[in-house]
Design a protein around this ligand. Structure first.
Ligand SMILES: Nc1nc2c(c(=O)[nH]1)N[C@H]1C(S)=C(S)[C@@H](COP(=O)(O)OP(=O)(O)OC[C@H]3O[C@@H](n4cnc5c(=O)[nH]c(N)nc54)[C@H](O)[C@@H]3O)O[C@H]1N2
Ligand SMILES: Nc1nc2c(c(=O)[nH]1)N[C@H]1C(S)=C(S)[C@@H](COP(=O)(O)OP(=O)(O)OC[C@H]3O[C@@H](n4cnc5c(=O)[nH]c(N)nc54)[C@H](O)[C@@H]3O)O[C@H]1N2
Ligand code: SF4
Ligand SMILES: [Mo]
Length: 764
């Protein structure tokens, strides 16, 4: 039904003026009725999605938008039945979702119906963290915030305000904060997530892999995953392309201390000792060089500093790597040969959550270099060069200039940081150096779950004159706020355009599907009203978000009405592979494939792929990655590792009634032999105690041979403590609470978090 409905919407000009596509009565309704008779999710009870069937009187509206249960931004079509949100499905026109959402996206309707949602603005009654509130009007809340922001500006300067945000919804608040005069805008997606990877690739190719990653998984002949647990990590397009690659017989090599879902698809599974991936990467490269298996033409044409690189890694033989990684030399050799056999259509996945051990930018650089030896950058089945539509920014007045610059990275201590470092702002808030930070504006990021060492975050919060949290539910971080602002969920609002960089260019629109149930407001409204109260109204020349969106789209020569009707506008295919790709992969394709034909370009200092990095050498770092062993796990302890569940996002969906029902709590994976030795049964509740004496909530044991004996594993985001999260609170254990230690990456300031150890204590 969705597919034909969308096609209808494309054909029917009369519908394009309205944003809703209505299917009423017979015709489409006959199809609809058979679908409608199906039971829908039952989670919401009386408050839940419309259930049951009322036959031919059903009125179903279908509205395209894009998903926000994670940041992949899949194109979706929401169905509203008799005025109530019914379901969300993939938009078949969208290159990311390709008509299918992941389980989290499908469960997104639960975000709208969650009975634990924030409903009205709140101001703290007494002490921070006591979670006691007075309900106020928006005007009172925003006046309170603006007054305190002005006081902070007078006493400490505008830079003493910092914004933490995550996702596209932060766009307008960033704009307001820049207009206010602060450059301190950060997101955990850099220093707690992909930052080291972006830096490692940038240092090597002069460009990073972006998001969505420019990984050509669907065309790869050999996919190598280090961690990167696709299938649990549900980034929709990647998982679909992974299935496609497996289906077409691509070789999969998985390196993970835990037998992941991806490992179950692998020809070679390498159960590596945690923290030693760099040793494996160096040994793989050593094999490619010593057995002369690398792409000579590519390296000669595009490489810089290859001799010095080759010399530096010559010592890293598979025999050397064996005691480090626990992987047999022959397995290392065999997998290196396998990669070489399929090059350049071999993709060593760059990963995404790579803040593991503190040497992460160098490890990511080694991943980049291995890909360079295989000639996969710019090549089909490796990394494409993304295309995008050119859509001009809205013409705003210039922002005030900050004399003091950003606070997070004094003296460029982390010389290769390309974005603001969240933990750097936290550090400055704690120390007052290089200058004081007195206000935090926190949008859609639960800093207590996302940053390691919660105690440091709480101490920093105690130094603030103002903590504002914009959230949709009463999260842990909201519990510490002075003012809590309730946002409408993504299905109830517009956001900025998603001008995507991908295999083909497109732009997507998020638009409201249903109304917010109470006094929740969208971020753009909050940002604009706050700006007005800060006497910055000149930064909001538009009065309504649609005026802004339309202006941008029409400036690009596109039709906003069409975008409203379809949710997506696609551009013509453009070349995304180097001109030499076709020759190496499929000779027949040369000249015929519109995606082939780019001129290779590497915006590094040398203009080439930097096998040897003069930038790193000049800053006093290893110009070619060098291995240092991780701190060994003490006897009787286990390294704590963590990852994703296919049905949850970070710490944000445990409260969602539908997704909660699918997985209400997490378990801790313990190696079967270890469990037997410790006398632990599967399902038994234990607590984890870390090296600093922090003890987790009770969590059930999963005794399994699918994990090494030197580590334990749990899914991130559980063990909520906020009392307003009635459904999620006290279910499972929090990995974040146990991550009191972290190692900061000296290149870019990211927090390596896989450096904590726990013991396992049976719960009485
Ligand atoms: N369902 C779902 N999908 C998501 C998300 C979500 O919240 N939910 N979040 C999205 C986001 S923002 C991100 S960043 C990604 C994160 O997903 P990934 O980038 O895939 O995260 P990783 O940390 O690489 O993956 C965790 C895996 O690494 C393994 N691992 C741990 N230590 C080591 C080690 O030393 N060496 C090796 N080789 N492996 C190790 C763990 O056993 C686990 O299987 O997922 C994205 N997709
Ligand atoms: N211990 C540990 N720490 C980690 C990770 C880990 O696996 N373990 N993963 C790291 C990674 S890869 C990443 S990307 C980050 C993710 O870090 P975050 O993006 O901070 O993820 P969450 O903890 O889910 O916090 C999201 C917050 O946004 C709120 N929210 C949800 N929807 C909306 C909305 O529409 N509007 C508003 N205003 N708020 C909304 C949620 O209720 C929640 O409080 O965490 C990093 N930190
Ligand atoms: S990957 Fe899943 S949760 Fe993320 S945007 Fe796509 S459908 Fe939504
Ligand atoms: Mo992430």
């Amino acid at each position: 039904m969705t597919r034909s409905a969308t096609q209808d919407s494309k054909r029917s000009g009369s519908l394009s003026r309205r944003r809703f596509l209505s299917l009423v009565g017979l015709g489409g309704g006959a199809v609809a009725a058979s679908r409608l008779a199906r039971p829908v999710h039952s989670a919401g009870g009386a408050d839940g999605p419309a259930a049951g069937a009322s036959g031919s009187e059903d009125r179903v509206e279908q509205i395209p938008t894009f998903c926000d249960i994670c940041f992949w931004k899949c194109g979706a079509i929401a169905s509203v039945r008799n005025g109530r949100l019914w379901k969300v499905e993939g938009n078949p026109d969208d290159p990311l979702s390709r008509g299918r959402l992941c389980p989290r996206g499908t469960g997104g309707v639960g975000a709208h119906f969650d009975p634990d949602r924030l409903r009205r603005p709140l101001i703290r009654r007494r002490n921070r963290g006591e979670d006691e509130w007075v309900e106020v009007t928006w005007d009172e809340a925003l006046t309170y915030i603006a007054d305190r922001m002005k006081a902070i500006r007078v006493e400490h300067g505008p830079e003493a305000m910092a914004l933490f945000s995550h996702g596209i919804g932060g766009t307008f608040l960033k704009h307001t904060m820049k207009a206010f005069g602060t450059p301190n805008l950060s997101a955990p997606s850099f220093a707690q997530c992909r930052g080291p990877r972006d830096v490692g690739f940038n240092l090597t190719f002069g460009e990073d892999v972006g998001s969505p990653e420019r990984t050509d998984i669907r065309n790869t002949r050999c996919l190598v995953l280090l961690g990167s647990h696709l299938g649990e990590n549900m980034h929709n397009t990647q998982v679909q392309e992974f299935a496609q690659a497996v289906g077409s017989g691509a070789t999969v090599i998985v390196v993970d201390p835990r037998f992941s879902i991806a490992a179950s698809k692998a020809k070679h599974y390498l159960p590596i000792r945690p923290g030693t991936d760099l040793a494996l990467l160096l040994a793989w490269m050593q094999v490619l060089l010593s057995e002369d298996l690398y792409d000579h033409a590519y390296v000669e044409q595009y490489g810089f500093g290859f001799e010095a690189f080759a010399q530096s890694i010559a010592r890293y033989t598979p025999e050397w790597a064996y005691p480090e990684t626990g992987l047999e030399p022959e397995l290392i050799r065999e997998t290196a040969r396998e990669m070489a056999r399929h090059r350049p259509a071999t993709l060593v996945h760059p990963g995404r959550h790579v803040t593991w051990y503190g040497d992460d930018a160098q490890r990511s650089r080694a991943v980049a270099l291995l890909n360079a030896l295989l000639g996969s950058w710019g090549r089909k089945g490796g990394f494409f060069q993304p295309a995008h539509l050119s859509i001009p920014a809205y013409p705003y007045p210039e922002y005030p200039h900050s004399e003091r610059g950003k606070v997070d990275n004094p003296g460029r201590k982390y010389p290769f940081a390309t974005e603001t470092i969240t933990n750097g702002i936290r550090e400055a808030t704690l120390t007052g150096q290089p200058y004081p930070v007195k206000g935090w504006f926190v949008y859609a990021t639960n800093l207590l779950q996302a940053l390691p060492n919660q105690e440091e975050t709480l101490r920093a919060i105690q130094n603030l004159d103002l903590l504002v949290v914009v959230d949709v539910v009463p999260s842990e971080i909201a519990g510490w706020a002075d003012v809590v602002l309730p946002e409408s969920v993504y299905l109830e609002r517009h956001d900025d355009l998603n001008v995507e960089w991908f295999r083909e260019p497109f732009v997507a629109l998020r638009q409201p599907v249903v109304k917010a149930p109470d006094d929740q407001k969208p971020n753009w409204w909050i940002a604009r009203e706050l700006a007005r109260k800060l006497d910055l109204a000149q930064y909001y020349p538009w009065t309504d978000i649609e005026e802004y969106l339309r202006a941008r789209i029409e400036k690009a020569g596109l039709s906003y009405d069409e975008l409203q009707a379809k949710g997506i506008l696609r551009g013509a295919p453009q070349p995304v592979y180097f001109a030499d790709t076709g020759r190496s992969v499929e000779p027949g394709a040369v000249g015929s494939d519109p995606l082939v034909g780019l001129e290779a370009n590497f915006p590094t200092p040398s203009g080439k792929i930097e096998f040897y990095s003069t930038q790193l050498a000049a800053a006093g770092f290893d110009p070619v990655p060098t291995y240092r062993a991780p701190e060994p796990v003490p006897n009787g302890w286990f390294r704590i590792l963590f990852g994703r569940s296919p049905v949850h996002s970070f710490s944000r969906t445990q409260t969602n009634p539908i997704l909660h029902e699918l997985m209400p709590e997490n378990v801790v994976w313990v190696n079967g032999d270890v469990a037997a030795r410790l006398g632990l049964q599967g399902g038994q509740k234990v607590r984890l105690r870390n090296q600093d004496g922090v003890v987790s909530d009770p969590i059930a044991v999963r005794a399994t041979q699918a994990i090494r004996g030197d580590c334990v594993y749990l899914v991130h985001g559980f063990g909520h403590t906020a009392k307003g999260l009635r459904r999620a609170r006290g279910k499972g254990a929090s990995d974040a609470g146990l991550l009191t230690r972290y190692v900061v990456d000296p290149l870019m300031g990211g927090t390596g978090m896989n450096v904590n150890f726990v013991t396992i204590e049976p719960e009485a």
